[in-house]
Design a protein around this ligand. Structure first.
Ligand code: PMV
Length: 343
């Protein structure tokens, strides 16, 4: 018995940074679901062949990968009460990424959401039932337990994770899809990922989240995130690109400012990151084309712009930004539609 799903990565515009209890966020976050940066995961069940609680054979892009395998085994083992069949079979899991992992592109978001939808899908199959009506909400709940940001990858376009009074039904336990109609100029929002460095980062997100506890700017940070969520929702509804650009960049810079002012402090940006930021802001001022950047927990730059300006912006990228990217590496991504069942 086998299921295969492809699930996208997402880029947070309002960032989740700081958590408590079982992967619950300290503030609500909002993300854009991507289309091309994704993970395809297959889950197959066979007759159990070992006495281990979780009998897992995990491969990443067809090869064994000890680090990922241990992470997945711990995750599956924590879910064995909810999915008892996990302990009764040999589990064959293979994952493939369409982009470099551990580079500040949320590879854990696409990987854990792909695995969560596979689990739920397999669960329905074993029970010989159709997928439940709350399939994606539940997938988001389980994806969150694997990686917080993964909770947001189960919906297309925009999604919000974390309780906020701005959105009815929002929750700390699972993400919800963007609840209102956004201005058509945001349809097909473009995100070009400028890869400055695609090696592993030296401080994990978990360590970063932990440093938010007793951070000197802790309270102010959560106030800012809540206010900006409200502002970005309004910008989406009105088609207010000027505010959108300011909010995005403030969030990105604040995320990195929090890292630079934690104890111990650390810096994930590279000189090329700053050079790109300067180029992007200068281009916006000069041309009035509303391009803006955001950053994840890494040095790579996500360049956001309207679909209608694609030609001009991509010309600018080729001419002025590519020299700052590692071997000219860039991913032309855009708003995506969420997970897809492959088989
Ligand atoms: O999902 P985690 O635990 O890897 O944390 C991700 C945190 C950021 O990517 C920096 C921000 C976010 O909201 O995705």
């Amino acid at each position: 018995m086998k299921v295969i799903w492809q699930s996208p990565s997402n880029i947070a515009l309002i960032k989740y940074w700081g958590k408590h209890d079982k992967q619950l966020p300290n503030n609500p976050s909002l993300s854009l679901t991507l289309s091309k940066a994704n993970t395809t995961t297959s889950l197959a069940l066979e007759k159990k062949s070992s006495k281990k609680k979780i009998d897992l054979a995990f491969t990443f892009e067809g090869k064994e990968n000890r680090k990922f395998s241990e992470k997945i085994e711990t995750y599956l083992s924590s879910l064995a009460t909810d999915f008892p069949w996990l302990e009764g079979h040999r589990l064959l899991v293979n994952s493939e990424n369409s982009f470099p992992h551990s580079a500040g592109i949320a590879s854990s978001a696409s990987a854990m959401s792909a695995l969560a939808v596979c689990l739920l899908s397999m669960d329905s199959k074993l029970k010989k039932k159709k997928n439940r009506s709350d399939f994606f909400e539940l997938a988001s709940f389980y994806a969150r337990l694997g990686s917080g940001s993964a909770a947001r990858s189960v919906y297309g376009k925009f999604s919000v994770w974390g309780k906020t009074k701005e959105i009815k039904n929002s929750s700390n336990k699972f993400a919800v899809p963007f609840p209102v109609k956004f201005h058509r100029s945001f349809e097909n929002l473009q995100d070009t990922i400028l890869i400055v460095h695609d090696g592993e980062k030296n401080v994990s997100s978990s360590a970063g989240h932990a440093l938010m506890r007793h951070h000197p700017m802790e309270k102010q940070r959560y106030r800012n995130a809540n206010n900006r969520l409200k502002e970005i929702l309004s910008a989406f509804k009105k088609g207010d690109w000027e505010s959108f650009c300011i909010i995005n960049e403030s969030e990105a810079l604040e995320l990195h400012a929090l890292m630079m002012t934690s104890n111990p402090s650390y810096i994930l940006m590279k000189p090329e990151t700053l050079a790109l930021i300067e180029k992007i802001q200068t281009f916006r001022k000069k041309t009035k084309i509303p391009i803006s950047f955001t950053l994840d927990a890494g040095p790579n730059v996500h360049l956001l712009y309207p679909d209608s300006e694609k030609k001009k912006v991509q010309y600018f990228i080729s001419n002025e930004l590519l020299p700052f990217c590692a071997d000219g590496k860039v991913i032309y991504d855009e708003m995506g539609n969420g997970p897809k069942q492959i088989s």
